[in-house]
Design a protein around this ligand. Structure first.
Ligand SMILES: Nc1ncnc2c1ncn2[C@@H]1O[C@H](COP(=O)(O)OP(=O)(O)OP(=O)(O)O)[C@@H](O)[C@H]1O
Ligand SMILES: [Mg+2]
Length: 386
Protein backbone atom coordinates (compact mmCIF):
# COMPACT_ATOMS: atom_id res chain seq x y z
CA UNK A 1 0.00 0.00 0.00
CA UNK A 2 1.36 3.46 -0.80
CA UNK A 3 2.08 5.69 2.16
CA UNK A 4 0.11 8.86 2.76
CA UNK A 5 2.21 11.96 2.30
CA UNK A 6 2.10 14.81 4.81
CA UNK A 7 3.60 18.21 4.08
CA UNK A 8 4.74 20.13 7.15
CA UNK A 9 4.98 23.89 6.60
CA UNK A 10 6.76 25.31 9.62
CA UNK A 11 9.49 27.92 9.94
CA UNK A 12 10.64 26.61 13.30
CA UNK A 13 13.41 24.11 12.58
CA UNK A 14 13.08 22.24 15.86
CA UNK A 15 9.31 21.64 15.42
CA UNK A 16 9.78 20.75 11.79
CA UNK A 17 12.46 18.18 12.66
CA UNK A 18 10.36 16.75 15.50
CA UNK A 19 7.28 16.42 13.23
CA UNK A 20 9.38 14.85 10.50
CA UNK A 21 10.74 12.14 12.82
CA UNK A 22 7.51 11.55 14.67
CA UNK A 23 5.27 11.32 11.57
CA UNK A 24 7.81 9.26 9.62
CA UNK A 25 7.93 6.79 12.53
CA UNK A 26 4.12 6.68 12.43
CA UNK A 27 4.35 5.45 8.82
CA UNK A 28 3.85 8.62 6.79
CA UNK A 29 5.94 9.99 3.97
CA UNK A 30 6.87 13.43 5.28
CA UNK A 31 7.94 16.52 3.34
CA UNK A 32 8.86 19.83 4.90
CA UNK A 33 8.84 23.48 3.86
CA UNK A 34 10.03 26.42 5.92
CA UNK A 35 8.13 29.27 4.22
CA UNK A 36 4.70 29.93 2.75
CA UNK A 37 5.98 30.19 -0.79
CA UNK A 38 8.02 27.00 -0.56
CA UNK A 39 5.00 25.27 0.97
CA UNK A 40 2.56 26.40 -1.73
CA UNK A 41 5.06 25.36 -4.42
CA UNK A 42 5.42 21.87 -2.93
CA UNK A 43 1.66 21.58 -2.47
CA UNK A 44 0.88 22.06 -6.15
CA UNK A 45 3.88 20.10 -7.37
CA UNK A 46 3.60 17.13 -5.03
CA UNK A 47 -0.05 17.15 -3.92
CA UNK A 48 0.40 15.61 -0.46
CA UNK A 49 -2.57 13.94 1.21
CA UNK A 50 -2.51 16.34 4.16
CA UNK A 51 -0.79 19.56 5.17
CA UNK A 52 0.23 20.58 8.68
CA UNK A 53 0.63 24.33 8.72
CA UNK A 54 2.15 26.62 11.34
CA UNK A 55 0.61 30.05 10.85
CA UNK A 56 3.74 32.04 11.73
CA UNK A 57 5.68 32.07 8.51
CA UNK A 58 8.46 34.44 7.47
CA UNK A 59 7.09 35.46 4.06
CA UNK A 60 3.29 35.10 3.74
CA UNK A 61 0.64 35.35 6.47
CA UNK A 62 -0.54 31.89 7.58
CA UNK A 63 -4.20 32.69 6.93
CA UNK A 64 -3.28 33.83 3.43
CA UNK A 65 -1.59 30.47 2.87
CA UNK A 66 -4.83 28.76 3.95
CA UNK A 67 -6.79 30.90 1.44
CA UNK A 68 -4.34 30.14 -1.37
CA UNK A 69 -4.63 26.40 -0.72
CA UNK A 70 -8.44 26.48 -0.67
CA UNK A 71 -8.82 28.73 -3.69
CA UNK A 72 -6.45 26.77 -5.90
CA UNK A 73 -8.48 23.97 -7.52
CA UNK A 74 -5.38 21.80 -7.61
CA UNK A 75 -5.00 21.90 -3.83
CA UNK A 76 -8.54 22.77 -2.66
CA UNK A 77 -9.32 19.25 -1.43
CA UNK A 78 -6.14 18.73 0.60
CA UNK A 79 -7.06 18.81 4.32
CA UNK A 80 -5.22 21.45 6.37
CA UNK A 81 -4.38 20.94 10.05
CA UNK A 82 -3.23 24.21 11.57
CA UNK A 83 -0.68 24.47 14.39
CA UNK A 84 -1.52 27.31 16.76
CA UNK A 85 0.59 28.98 19.41
CA UNK A 86 -2.44 29.61 21.65
CA UNK A 87 -6.14 28.81 21.89
CA UNK A 88 -7.88 31.85 20.40
CA UNK A 89 -11.57 31.06 19.71
CA UNK A 90 -12.02 33.96 17.25
CA UNK A 91 -8.98 32.99 15.24
CA UNK A 92 -10.07 29.33 15.25
CA UNK A 93 -13.59 30.22 14.05
CA UNK A 94 -12.11 32.35 11.27
CA UNK A 95 -9.84 29.51 10.20
CA UNK A 96 -12.70 27.00 10.08
CA UNK A 97 -14.65 29.54 8.00
CA UNK A 98 -11.79 29.66 5.56
CA UNK A 99 -11.89 25.88 5.24
CA UNK A 100 -9.28 24.26 7.50
CA UNK A 101 -9.97 20.64 8.49
CA UNK A 102 -8.71 20.86 12.08
CA UNK A 103 -6.25 22.60 14.45
CA UNK A 104 -4.04 21.77 17.36
CA UNK A 105 -2.39 24.03 19.92
CA UNK A 106 1.39 23.47 20.09
CA UNK A 107 2.40 22.20 23.51
CA UNK A 108 4.41 19.30 24.93
CA UNK A 109 2.78 15.89 24.77
CA UNK A 110 0.44 16.47 21.81
CA UNK A 111 1.72 13.48 19.82
CA UNK A 112 -1.22 11.12 20.21
CA UNK A 113 -3.79 13.91 19.71
CA UNK A 114 -2.00 15.09 16.57
CA UNK A 115 -1.78 11.57 15.21
CA UNK A 116 -5.51 10.99 15.83
CA UNK A 117 -6.38 14.25 14.05
CA UNK A 118 -4.18 13.38 11.07
CA UNK A 119 -5.78 9.94 10.79
CA UNK A 120 -9.31 11.35 10.98
CA UNK A 121 -8.62 14.06 8.38
CA UNK A 122 -6.97 11.59 6.02
CA UNK A 123 -9.80 9.08 6.21
CA UNK A 124 -12.42 11.83 5.79
CA UNK A 125 -10.56 13.16 2.75
CA UNK A 126 -10.30 9.69 1.21
CA UNK A 127 -13.97 9.15 1.82
CA UNK A 128 -15.03 12.46 0.32
CA UNK A 129 -12.71 12.09 -2.67
CA UNK A 130 -14.08 8.67 -3.48
CA UNK A 131 -17.56 10.13 -3.28
CA UNK A 132 -16.67 13.30 -5.13
CA UNK A 133 -18.93 13.47 -8.15
CA UNK A 134 -17.26 13.92 -11.46
CA UNK A 135 -17.37 17.54 -12.60
CA UNK A 136 -19.90 18.82 -15.09
CA UNK A 137 -18.97 19.73 -18.63
CA UNK A 138 -20.74 22.71 -20.19
CA UNK A 139 -20.07 23.72 -23.76
CA UNK A 140 -20.92 26.99 -25.47
CA UNK A 141 -21.75 26.95 -29.15
CA UNK A 142 -23.25 29.28 -31.74
CA UNK A 143 -24.12 28.43 -35.32
CA UNK A 144 -22.71 31.77 -36.45
CA UNK A 145 -19.68 33.80 -35.35
CA UNK A 146 -19.88 37.13 -33.56
CA UNK A 147 -23.05 36.35 -31.60
CA UNK A 148 -21.36 36.83 -28.23
CA UNK A 149 -20.53 33.18 -27.49
CA UNK A 150 -17.17 33.94 -25.85
CA UNK A 151 -18.62 36.91 -23.97
CA UNK A 152 -21.44 34.82 -22.48
CA UNK A 153 -19.17 31.83 -21.88
CA UNK A 154 -16.79 33.90 -19.74
CA UNK A 155 -19.39 35.97 -17.93
CA UNK A 156 -21.68 33.06 -17.08
CA UNK A 157 -18.65 31.01 -15.97
CA UNK A 158 -17.67 33.89 -13.69
CA UNK A 159 -21.09 34.01 -12.05
CA UNK A 160 -21.26 30.24 -11.79
CA UNK A 161 -17.82 30.18 -10.16
CA UNK A 162 -19.06 32.65 -7.55
CA UNK A 163 -22.07 30.46 -6.84
CA UNK A 164 -20.12 27.24 -6.14
CA UNK A 165 -17.81 26.22 -3.32
CA UNK A 166 -15.04 25.26 -3.55
CA UNK A 167 -14.49 27.52 -6.53
CA UNK A 168 -13.19 24.89 -8.86
CA UNK A 169 -14.25 26.06 -12.28
CA UNK A 170 -12.10 25.79 -15.37
CA UNK A 171 -12.78 27.61 -18.61
CA UNK A 172 -11.09 26.38 -21.74
CA UNK A 173 -10.93 27.66 -25.26
CA UNK A 174 -11.44 25.25 -28.14
CA UNK A 175 -12.03 27.91 -30.78
CA UNK A 176 -9.46 27.05 -33.40
CA UNK A 177 -7.29 28.36 -34.95
CA UNK A 178 -7.52 31.55 -32.91
CA UNK A 179 -9.07 31.66 -29.44
CA UNK A 180 -9.95 34.91 -27.72
CA UNK A 181 -10.61 33.95 -24.07
CA UNK A 182 -7.08 34.57 -22.80
CA UNK A 183 -7.09 38.07 -24.33
CA UNK A 184 -10.50 38.83 -22.88
CA UNK A 185 -9.45 37.73 -19.38
CA UNK A 186 -5.92 39.16 -19.59
CA UNK A 187 -4.33 35.77 -18.85
CA UNK A 188 -0.53 35.79 -18.83
CA UNK A 189 -0.26 32.04 -19.39
CA UNK A 190 1.45 31.34 -22.71
CA UNK A 191 0.99 27.58 -22.90
CA UNK A 192 -2.14 26.36 -24.65
CA UNK A 193 -4.47 23.39 -24.78
CA UNK A 194 -2.96 22.58 -28.18
CA UNK A 195 0.51 22.17 -26.68
CA UNK A 196 -0.97 20.11 -23.87
CA UNK A 197 -2.53 17.64 -26.30
CA UNK A 198 0.71 17.51 -28.29
CA UNK A 199 2.74 16.63 -25.20
CA UNK A 200 0.11 14.08 -24.15
CA UNK A 201 -0.81 12.58 -20.78
CA UNK A 202 -0.92 11.56 -18.06
CA UNK A 203 -2.72 14.77 -17.19
CA UNK A 204 -1.83 14.88 -13.55
CA UNK A 205 -1.71 17.91 -11.29
CA UNK A 206 1.97 18.46 -11.82
CA UNK A 207 1.60 18.60 -15.58
CA UNK A 208 -1.54 20.73 -15.64
CA UNK A 209 0.02 23.27 -13.32
CA UNK A 210 2.26 24.36 -16.19
CA UNK A 211 -0.75 25.09 -18.39
CA UNK A 212 -3.50 26.40 -16.14
CA UNK A 213 -3.62 30.00 -14.99
CA UNK A 214 -5.89 31.44 -12.34
CA UNK A 215 -7.98 34.24 -13.85
CA UNK A 216 -8.11 35.98 -10.46
CA UNK A 217 -10.79 38.59 -11.11
CA UNK A 218 -12.94 35.93 -12.72
CA UNK A 219 -12.80 33.30 -9.96
CA UNK A 220 -11.95 30.51 -12.37
CA UNK A 221 -8.87 28.93 -13.88
CA UNK A 222 -8.24 29.15 -17.57
CA UNK A 223 -6.68 26.78 -20.06
CA UNK A 224 -5.99 28.98 -23.00
CA UNK A 225 -6.66 28.15 -26.62
CA UNK A 226 -4.45 28.60 -29.62
CA UNK A 227 -3.39 32.14 -30.40
CA UNK A 228 -1.30 31.12 -33.35
CA UNK A 229 -2.79 29.39 -36.42
CA UNK A 230 0.44 27.39 -36.91
CA UNK A 231 0.16 25.91 -33.43
CA UNK A 232 -3.51 25.12 -33.92
CA UNK A 233 -2.54 22.66 -36.67
CA UNK A 234 -0.67 20.62 -34.07
CA UNK A 235 -3.71 19.80 -31.94
CA UNK A 236 -3.85 16.08 -31.23
CA UNK A 237 -7.59 15.22 -31.38
CA UNK A 238 -6.99 11.77 -29.85
CA UNK A 239 -5.94 13.42 -26.61
CA UNK A 240 -9.08 15.54 -26.17
CA UNK A 241 -11.11 12.82 -24.52
CA UNK A 242 -8.48 11.68 -21.97
CA UNK A 243 -7.62 15.30 -21.24
CA UNK A 244 -11.21 16.31 -20.48
CA UNK A 245 -11.74 13.13 -18.44
CA UNK A 246 -8.83 14.20 -16.22
CA UNK A 247 -10.00 17.82 -16.04
CA UNK A 248 -13.45 16.69 -14.91
CA UNK A 249 -11.89 14.82 -12.00
CA UNK A 250 -10.28 18.03 -10.80
CA UNK A 251 -12.93 20.69 -11.36
CA UNK A 252 -16.59 21.05 -10.38
CA UNK A 253 -17.29 22.61 -13.73
CA UNK A 254 -15.32 22.57 -16.94
CA UNK A 255 -16.68 25.15 -19.35
CA UNK A 256 -15.59 25.11 -22.95
CA UNK A 257 -15.99 27.71 -25.67
CA UNK A 258 -16.50 25.83 -28.94
CA UNK A 259 -17.37 28.90 -31.02
CA UNK A 260 -19.12 27.75 -34.17
CA UNK A 261 -17.17 24.55 -34.69
CA UNK A 262 -18.93 21.29 -35.33
CA UNK A 263 -15.93 19.13 -36.05
CA UNK A 264 -14.45 15.79 -35.02
CA UNK A 265 -12.82 17.70 -32.16
CA UNK A 266 -15.90 19.51 -30.89
CA UNK A 267 -18.53 16.83 -31.54
CA UNK A 268 -17.28 14.34 -28.91
CA UNK A 269 -17.17 17.23 -26.42
CA UNK A 270 -20.73 18.23 -27.29
CA UNK A 271 -21.74 14.59 -26.92
CA UNK A 272 -20.24 14.25 -23.47
CA UNK A 273 -21.38 17.69 -22.25
CA UNK A 274 -23.88 17.83 -19.40
CA UNK A 275 -25.21 21.07 -20.84
CA UNK A 276 -24.86 22.68 -24.27
CA UNK A 277 -25.46 26.42 -24.30
CA UNK A 278 -26.52 27.58 -27.75
CA UNK A 279 -26.10 31.29 -28.28
CA UNK A 280 -28.65 32.75 -30.67
CA UNK A 281 -29.06 36.05 -32.42
CA UNK A 282 -32.24 37.58 -33.78
CA UNK A 283 -31.00 37.76 -37.38
CA UNK A 284 -32.34 35.40 -40.00
CA UNK A 285 -28.91 33.96 -40.86
CA UNK A 286 -28.28 32.88 -37.26
CA UNK A 287 -31.77 31.45 -36.95
CA UNK A 288 -31.49 29.43 -40.19
CA UNK A 289 -27.97 28.21 -39.38
CA UNK A 290 -29.04 27.28 -35.84
CA UNK A 291 -31.94 25.27 -37.25
CA UNK A 292 -29.48 23.32 -39.39
CA UNK A 293 -27.11 22.87 -36.44
CA UNK A 294 -29.90 21.67 -34.12
CA UNK A 295 -31.04 19.14 -36.71
CA UNK A 296 -27.46 17.92 -37.03
CA UNK A 297 -27.01 17.68 -33.26
CA UNK A 298 -30.21 15.68 -32.98
CA UNK A 299 -29.08 13.29 -35.72
CA UNK A 300 -25.75 12.93 -33.94
CA UNK A 301 -27.60 11.74 -30.86
CA UNK A 302 -27.28 14.80 -28.63
CA UNK A 303 -30.31 14.86 -26.33
CA UNK A 304 -32.60 17.86 -26.55
CA UNK A 305 -32.84 18.21 -22.76
CA UNK A 306 -29.16 19.13 -22.62
CA UNK A 307 -29.68 22.17 -24.84
CA UNK A 308 -29.89 25.58 -23.17
CA UNK A 309 -30.81 28.34 -25.59
CA UNK A 310 -29.89 31.95 -24.92
CA UNK A 311 -30.94 34.79 -27.18
CA UNK A 312 -28.18 37.37 -27.18
CA UNK A 313 -28.94 40.69 -28.80
CA UNK A 314 -25.24 41.22 -29.47
CA UNK A 315 -25.73 43.59 -32.40
CA UNK A 316 -28.89 45.31 -31.18
CA UNK A 317 -30.63 45.16 -34.51
CA UNK A 318 -34.28 44.26 -34.57
CA UNK A 319 -35.05 40.90 -36.06
CA UNK A 320 -37.21 37.92 -35.25
CA UNK A 321 -38.97 37.89 -31.89
CA UNK A 322 -38.24 35.35 -29.16
CA UNK A 323 -41.63 33.77 -29.76
CA UNK A 324 -41.07 33.46 -33.52
CA UNK A 325 -37.68 31.82 -32.93
CA UNK A 326 -39.09 29.42 -30.34
CA UNK A 327 -41.79 28.39 -32.82
CA UNK A 328 -39.22 27.78 -35.56
CA UNK A 329 -37.07 25.65 -33.26
CA UNK A 330 -39.87 24.04 -31.36
CA UNK A 331 -37.71 24.58 -28.30
CA UNK A 332 -37.92 27.06 -25.42
CA UNK A 333 -35.42 29.91 -25.09
CA UNK A 334 -34.18 30.06 -21.50
CA UNK A 335 -33.37 33.75 -21.45
CA UNK A 336 -32.60 36.87 -23.42
CA UNK A 337 -29.51 38.98 -22.86
CA UNK A 338 -30.25 42.57 -23.91
CA UNK A 339 -28.19 44.71 -26.24
CA UNK A 340 -25.99 46.74 -23.88
CA UNK A 341 -24.25 48.94 -26.44
CA UNK A 342 -20.50 49.10 -25.73
CA UNK A 343 -20.68 47.81 -22.16
CA UNK A 344 -19.50 44.28 -22.87
CA UNK A 345 -16.64 45.73 -24.90
CA UNK A 346 -15.72 48.14 -22.11
CA UNK A 347 -15.55 45.31 -19.59
CA UNK A 348 -13.69 43.04 -22.00
CA UNK A 349 -11.12 45.72 -22.89
CA UNK A 350 -10.31 46.01 -19.19
CA UNK A 351 -10.21 42.19 -18.80
CA UNK A 352 -12.87 42.31 -16.11
CA UNK A 353 -16.18 40.47 -15.72
CA UNK A 354 -19.30 42.39 -16.67
CA UNK A 355 -20.70 41.90 -13.16
CA UNK A 356 -17.71 43.70 -11.58
CA UNK A 357 -17.56 46.48 -14.17
CA UNK A 358 -21.31 47.19 -14.09
CA UNK A 359 -22.50 45.93 -10.69
CA UNK A 360 -25.74 47.97 -10.82
CA UNK A 361 -26.68 47.12 -14.39
CA UNK A 362 -29.92 45.16 -14.99
CA UNK A 363 -28.04 42.95 -17.48
CA UNK A 364 -25.94 41.69 -14.53
CA UNK A 365 -29.13 40.42 -12.89
CA UNK A 366 -30.15 38.70 -16.11
CA UNK A 367 -26.75 36.98 -16.29
CA UNK A 368 -27.10 35.95 -12.62
CA UNK A 369 -30.50 34.39 -13.30
CA UNK A 370 -29.22 32.62 -16.39
CA UNK A 371 -26.23 31.15 -14.54
CA UNK A 372 -28.56 29.92 -11.77
CA UNK A 373 -30.96 28.39 -14.30
CA UNK A 374 -28.13 26.71 -16.16
CA UNK A 375 -26.75 25.20 -12.97
CA UNK A 376 -30.19 24.01 -11.93
CA UNK A 377 -30.87 22.50 -15.35
CA UNK A 378 -27.61 20.55 -15.25
CA UNK A 379 -28.28 19.30 -11.72
CA UNK A 380 -31.85 18.26 -12.67
CA UNK A 381 -30.65 16.36 -15.75
CA UNK A 382 -28.17 14.47 -13.57
CA UNK A 383 -30.77 13.61 -10.97
CA UNK A 384 -33.14 12.29 -13.64
CA UNK A 385 -30.40 10.16 -15.22
CA UNK A 386 -28.92 8.71 -12.04
N1 LIG B 1 -25.58 41.60 -25.45
C1 LIG B 1 -24.64 42.30 -26.04
N2 LIG B 1 -24.77 43.64 -26.19
C2 LIG B 1 -23.80 44.36 -26.79
N3 LIG B 1 -22.67 43.85 -27.27
C3 LIG B 1 -22.46 42.53 -27.13
C4 LIG B 1 -23.43 41.68 -26.50
N4 LIG B 1 -22.95 40.44 -26.52
C5 LIG B 1 -21.74 40.47 -27.11
N5 LIG B 1 -21.46 41.74 -27.49
C6 LIG B 1 -20.27 42.17 -28.23
O1 LIG B 1 -20.27 41.48 -29.46
C7 LIG B 1 -18.95 41.25 -29.91
C8 LIG B 1 -18.77 39.78 -30.25
O2 LIG B 1 -18.74 39.06 -29.04
P1 LIG B 1 -17.90 37.74 -28.88
O3 LIG B 1 -16.50 37.93 -29.29
O4 LIG B 1 -18.18 37.23 -27.53
O5 LIG B 1 -18.66 36.85 -29.95
P2 LIG B 1 -18.28 35.40 -30.47
O6 LIG B 1 -19.56 34.76 -30.85
O7 LIG B 1 -17.45 34.71 -29.47
O8 LIG B 1 -17.42 35.77 -31.75
P3 LIG B 1 -16.37 34.84 -32.56
O9 LIG B 1 -17.20 34.14 -33.56
O10 LIG B 1 -15.46 35.84 -33.18
O11 LIG B 1 -15.70 33.95 -31.58
C9 LIG B 1 -18.03 41.73 -28.82
O12 LIG B 1 -17.57 43.00 -29.16
C10 LIG B 1 -18.93 41.79 -27.59
O13 LIG B 1 -18.52 42.76 -26.65
MG1 LIG C 1 -15.58 33.84 -29.64
Amino acid sequence: MTKNTILVIDNDQATSKWLFTFLSNAGYEVRTASSGREGLGKLTAERPNLVILDLSLPDIGGEQVVESIIQNPITANIPIVVLLRKDNPQEIARLFDKGIADYIVKRPGIESELLAKCRTCLSRARHSTSQLPKGRLISFFSAKGGNGTSTLCLNLAHILARQVTPKTVLVTDMVLPLGSLSIMTGSQQRRSIVELTTEGGPYDYKKLKEFLAPARLWDFSILQGSRNPHDAQRLNPDQIEPLFESLLLMFNYVIVDLGKTLSRVSLPLLGSSDGVVIVLGVDLVTVELTLAALKFLEETGIQKDKLFLILNRAVGREGLSKLEIERRFNLPIQGTVPYVQDNFNLASNQNVPYASRFPQDPCKLILNDLAGLLRKRITDIHEVRS
